[in-house]
Design a protein around this ligand. Structure first.
Ligand SMILES: [Zn+2]
Length: 123
């Protein structure tokens, strides 16, 4: 049987935990907003999107890696994701939301993640 990956170690949970520990309260996965942002701080008009490096084509090594099989399929699928991400960010901005994208690979260093979140959430 396949082991279920612990939800506690997912990038999104790492980000949520930190934001919560910093004293901010938020809601999750707003269906009403473009891209269904993972973390929504409605009173501040800010959202945080946690992106998996592979699915959203980050510029890091993991994001640029190509699977051995069905390369064309994956390339197309991921390009569509990346294009959609861009559209969603534009729509969020147009609606007056500030958005922060946190890449999966950037959630591993808690200190720098905390700094990034602090700068974004501060004002
Ligand atoms: Zn990455």
């Amino acid at each position: 049987m396949r082991r279920v990956k612990s939800a506690n170690t997912s990038p999104e949970i790492r980000v949520r935990r930190l934001v919560h520990a910093m004293g901010y309260r938020y809601s999750l996965h707003s269906q009403k907003l473009p891209g269904k942002p993972d973390i929504v701080l409605a009173s501040r008009h800010k959202v945080i999107l946690v992106h998996g490096c592979f699915w959203h084509m980050h510029s890091c090594r993991r994001g640029q890696a190509l699977p051995a099989a069905n390369r064309a399929y994956w390339a197309q699928k991921r390009q569509r994701n990346a294009a959609r991400d861009k559209r969603n960010l534009r729509s969020l901005h147009a609606l007056g939301w500030k958005a922060l994208v946190i890449w999966e690979c950037r959630t591993l260093n808690e200190e720098s993640l905390r700094g990034k979140l602090e700068r974004f959430l501060r004002d």
